[in-house]
Design a protein around this ligand. Structure first.
Ligand SMILES: N[C@@H](CCC(=O)N[C@@H](CS)C(=O)NCC(=O)O)C(=O)O
Length: 317
């Protein structure tokens, strides 16, 4: 059963007592509705268990704008993997289903498997496709794993940075969460507008959005940018000095793409919820301008990688 269908059954189950009271249902009618719901969930589970699937058929669960999802999406594109995206509205899944994105679902034997966390997803892809020469860029090493950890930590710092700047502006925050993104189901887009004050409160609490944490986040981002800026200043193709880019290079570009917003961000699937330049708060624009000025080599490295960002279609052409 897909995560969306599971969420739908859970929501219906929660709503059932409210509907029963609201419409003054008898105990018999309520039990009947409950039985019908459980039976429908069971049939759906059985159907998905017996469904035939010819390819791994990866499903990448994302939210409208996620730099961690972009990291995995880019690697799937370079790999030429067969996948589709399931796009959720931002924050709802995290706070009501307890899951983060990216999440990758696929068929393993008779069952559906799911992995969360971008680093673990990439390790799975390496395990599953490692014998294919096209997957060589996914090969992990101690050095690559250490760099990936630093990049991922900068990804979290960027979440603090972005929320520090946009949470006070309802329209900008809603747009970043995908309220205008047509790939997101309409009911989720309506929910986020309704729940906005709660979501903002939860984000503020969970990311500890305050001046000190913002400064700490900027410091960490600066440190990584400075290091990469030095490393790539000799014009190398890969941060760690390899002849070809590997997954750490795509990860760095994807994570920094959150604020650089290069044209091909999101690849074939695009990223519709840009925080438009004009809508960006002044302080956010200042940070971006400073990073561009202080780290031109790192910025150039990301932009060059994005200029060659292969979509699945271009890969197969
Ligand atoms: N360490 C995780 C971080 C994932 C993460 O923080 N994802 C954010 C989006 S960038 C998320 O799931 N937010 C929850 C939501 O908006 O529903 C990874 O590498 O995948």
């Amino acid at each position: 059963m897909s995560p969306r269908t599971k969420a739908l059954f859970a929501a219906l189950l929660l709503l059932l007592p409210i509907v029963a009271v609201g419409f003054d249902w008898s105990l018999g009618a309520t039990l009947l509705a409950l039985f019908a719901l459980v039976a429908a969930a069971w049939v759906t589970t059985l159907t998905s268990l017996t469904a035939r699937q010819s390819s791994p058929g990866y499903v990448l669960e994302t939210i409208s704008m996620s730099h961690f999802a972009e990291k995995v999406r880019w690697c799937l594109d370079v790999l030429g993997a067969d996948y589709r995206e399931s796009t959720w509205i931002g924050t709802l899944g995290a706070f009501y289903l307890g899951r983060t994105v990216p999440k990758l679902s696929f068929r393993t034997g008779a069952v559906q498997s799911t992995i969360g966390n971008s680093a673990e997803i990439l390790r799975y892809l390496w395990g599953a496709h490692g014998s294919d020469p096209a997957a060589a860029f996914l090969a992990p090493s101690e050095e690559r794993a250490a760099l990936e950890k630093r990049i991922d930590r900068a990804g979290v710092s960027l979440q603090i940075w972005v929320y520090h700047h946009i949470l006070d502006d309802r329209d900008v925050a809603l747009r970043a969460w995908g309220a205008d993104d047509e790939r997101v189901p309409a009911w989720q887009r309506s929910m986020i507008k309704l729940l906005f004050p709660i979501q903002r409160f939860l984000i503020r609490k969970s990311f500890k959005i305050n001046e000190t944490n913002y400064q700490r986040a900027c410091h960490y981002i600066d440190e990584l940018l400075a290091d990469i800026d030095t490393r790539v200043s000799d014009g190398r193709a890969s941060i760690l000095g390899d002849a070809e880019p590997n997954y750490t290079d795509y990860a760095f570009a994807a994570i920094m793409g959150l604020w650089l917003q290069p044209q091909h961000y999101g690849g074939e699937f695009g990223v519709r919820s840009h925080i438009d330049e004009a809508a960006r708060p002044r302080d956010m624009q200042n940070d971006i301008a400073r990073w561009r000025e202080d780290y031109p080599k790192a910025v150039g490295f990301v932009e060059t990688l994005y200029a060659h960002r292969l979509t699945r279609e271009a890969q197969q052409a």
